[in-house]
Write a protein that binds this ligand. Structure first.
Ligand SMILES: [Zn+2]
Length: 438
């Protein structure tokens, strides 16, 4: 079982969330959504807590602010992500230490960080998959799906239901149709209304900073995607010690994922910065030790991961104003507190270039659709080839090579043990899980 002297139980998480919101009502609001599928037999019911945080104080419309939708705990077994959400809420409730850190050499400056916060609204889902978490706390430490066996990160409509050759329903059953699951439906409704500039979906299983596409082996083309990649490159240095795999989830993980939230947010809701962050993985964990595969097991490692990835949101905040899809916001310069237009840091863009972020990625979107058409015409063999071998040089190429090598080693071990085909498939699935938990 998880060490609950380090980790919070689900009940403790929500108790802490409620206490934080209660004590900070001027900047925090808690919505508890009742979500269900009443048509199923028996009905499937869960709930979803959404914390809205406006460090500058509540406002009625959020049009003039940077909007971040942050999702944690999508896969039940990835407990560590929920702990990051909790830490982030604690910091937002009292950001004084974080602001002081902004004044260190190379930091953004206290005044600027404060100003960025005042121009931001967060919607934070600390634990998307409450029913799946129940199963984990009941002892099923390998469970990633929701309370009725669906991987909600395969239940979204972009390229939904497409199955790879090594598809394993125990890991990634996508549901009976797109948005069959109330968890995905609730997030869709939330994002549709909130219109975030940033979607960040936190997972564990490896260290990676992913952007679209998950279902294609490359990132979208265009300036927006390039700027987003640059944001991730900087975050990799600041928040991941340069260790994170970077770029398209579909390329860097070593397998394509279909029907993911991140692809949908980008493709359909036109969220310009759409991310999956993989915040922790233990490659040395035994494949039966799911808890250790996805979660740090010592106090020190736990604290390091939680602090680091809560801080990463502030590092992201600093990088946002220079992204071409972020609207112009006014922040105080850290040199003397003069009011400067952070958006004007962008060069070569008219004043309205960033005003309607939803319309910016149109070029990317059209290209995405074209590529999707191309993708569906590819033969399975070609797609597999692209998936395994079409990796760029450097680190990503290395990761691809390591993946291939690992699969080969696992295959050999199974072969040597005479485990048979079924066992080989099982091993491959476990290995896959070990490498990524997207
Ligand atoms: Zn995951």
């Amino acid at each position: 079982m998880p060490d609950f002297s380090i980790y919070h139980t689900k009940d403790q998480v929500f108790e802490e969330v409620e206490n934080l919101v209660k004590a900070n009502g001027q900047i925090m609001k808690l919505d508890t959504l009742t979500i269900s599928d009443e048509d199923s037999d028996p009905p499937y019911r869960s709930s979803m807590k959404v914390v809205t945080v406006e460090p500058g104080g509540h406002t009625r419309d959020h049009d003039k602010k940077m909007r971040l939708l942050l999702n944690y705990g999508e896969h039940g077994r990835e407990l560590i992500t929920v702990e990051v959400a909790l830490r982030l809420l604690q910091i937002l409730a009292d950001p004084s230490a974080e602001l002081e850190r902004g004044d260190r050499p190379g930091g953004p400056g206290k005044a600027r960080l404060k100003s960025l916060l005042h121009n931001t609204v967060f919607k934070i889902v600390p634990m998307e998959n409450e029913k799946g978490r129940d199963l984990v706390e009941a002892g099923n430490l390998c469970e990633r799906k929701n309370g009725r066996g669906v991987d909600t990160n395969r239940n979204w409509e972009v390229h939904w239901g497409h199955k790879e050759k090594d598809y394993d329903p125990n890991e990634e059953y996508p549901g009976t149709k797109p948005f069959s699951e109330p968890e995905a439906g609730a997030l869709l409704a939330l994002a549709g209304k909130f219109k975030p500039h940033v979607w960040m979906n936190a997972h564990s299983g490896m260290e990676a900073l992913f952007m679209p596409y998950d279902h294609l082996p490359h990132i979208p083309s265009g300036d927006i995607a390039q700027a987003t990649l640059q944001v991730l490159e900087k975050l990799n240095n600041v928040s991941c010690g340069g260790r994170c795999a970077l770029g398209s989830g579909g390329k860097s993980v070593g397998y394509l994922a279909h029907g993911t939230a991140t692809d949908y947010m980008y493709e359909r809701l036109m969220v310009p910065l759409s991310f999956t962050w993989e915040i922790y993985g233990d490659n040395d964990a035994h494949f039966n030790d799911c808890f250790r595969m996805f979660n740090p097991v010592t106090h020190d490692a736990f604290d390091k991961v939680v602090t680091n990835w809560a801080d990463a949101i502030f590092a992201l905040l600093e990088l946002l104003p220079s992204h071409p899809a972020i609207p112009r916001i006014h922040t105080a310069s850290h040199r003397g507190g003069r009011k400067v237009d952070a958006g004007s840091a962008r060069s070569g863009k008219g004043p309205s270039a960033g005003e309607k972020p939803g319309e910016e990625p149109l070029q990317d979107r059209q290209l995405g659709a074209a590529v999707q058409g191309w993708q569906s015409r590819m033969t399975d063999a070609a797609r597999l080839r692209a998936q395994v071998f079409d990796a760029p040089g450097g680190r990503k190429g290395l990761i691809g090579g390591v993946c291939v090598a690992l699969v080969a080693i696992v295959g050999f071990v199974v072969f040597a043990r005479g485990g048979g085909r079924a066992a080989a498939a099982k091993r491959a699935a476990r290995r896959k899980r070990e490498e990524a938990a997207l």
